[in-house]
Design a protein around this ligand. Structure first.
Ligand SMILES: O=C(O)CCC(=O)C(=O)O
Length: 263
């Protein structure tokens, strides 16, 4: 599905953008599901795992744990197995995978959204080279745009090297400022960017445009013959619920089985 150039771009630059891969029907189905979730989060206050602006409870820029029963939408659960999502991730890092996170990124309603530059594994960006190189094919994160979205900024290639002095200065002293070689990831509705979460990146919705973006990550699972982790995951216990597991399509069930096995 992915060509050699796309796979190389993911490894070397830390990202690959796939244009127009969600159909109009997918987009409409997912938007309707996100609308219902946001109603439950904003109006009914039915869900507690929210990303708040400046830590204040009055505005949100994202919804975590979207498979929690309080807001679960079957179409979004199954979207993980969309050929243009799971198929692409398999091309990038192989088929032995496990669920890591499924989240929504949305436009805030009251306050501007602008978060600091960071790597996901280290807010200050300080990660030894050895660890960065070990993560080149360990996971894939994605932003799948349901509306045009220019919010994600990245520094291409920064996932495979330690930060420079200039970057360190910005991360420490002005963590929202422009970075040398920064790039806005410009997505149209239906585009998906797949990226390495060690990239230096930030979120900045400069224009305040409406945003509904799928934000998922899968990671490589240990080989099948590796014994399970004796302790099952202590977070997201609802993913252990038979009602959830029994309704998963065969395509995505292994992702959640592996979460329980190795999570
Ligand atoms: O808004 C975005 O696209 C970036 C989100 C982000 O950096 C994060 O979830 O860590």
């Amino acid at each position: 599905m992915l060509n050699h150039t796309e796979i190389q771009s993911f490894l070397e630059n830390g990202y690959v953008i796939r244009r127009g891969v969600l159909s109009q029907r997918d987009i409409e189905t997912y938007r309707a599901a996100v609308d219902r979730i946001l109603y439950k989060c904003r109006i009914e206050k039915a869900h507690q795992y929210l990303r708040h602006i400046d830590g204040e409870k009055d505005d949100i820029w994202g919804v975590n744990n979207i498979f929690h029963p309080s807001i679960r939408e079957h179409a979004l659960v199954e979207s993980v197995g969309h050929p243009q999502i799971l198929g692409v991730i398999e091309d990038l890092i192989g088929t032995q995978l496990r669920y890591h996170l499924c989240t929504l990124l949305v436009s805030s309603e009251q306050k501007p959204y602008h978060i600091n530059w960071h790597r996901d594994s280290a807010r200050d960006g300080e990660v030894p080279l050895e660890r960065l190189l070990a993560r080149l094919k360990s996971h894939v994160q994605l932003n799948g745009a349901l509306y045009d979205d220019e919010t994600l900024y990245i520094v291409p290639g920064s996932h495979r090297r330690e930060i420079t002095d200039a970057e360190r200065e910005i991360l420490r002293n002005s963590p929202k400022a422009d970075m040398p070689n920064q790039m806005a990831v410009k997505l149209q509705a239906g585009d998906i960017v797949f990226y390495n979460s060690s990239l230096l990146h930030k979120g900045y919705n400069k224009s305040g445009a409406k945003r509904q973006t799928l934000h998922y990550a899968l990671i490589v699972a240990p080989p099948e013959d590796e014994p399970p982790n004796p302790e099952s995951p202590t977070s997201q216990e609802w993913l252990n619920n038979p009602e959830f597991l029994d309704n998963l399509s065969p395509r995505i069930k292994p992702l959640f089985d592996n979460w329980l096995k190795y999570g």
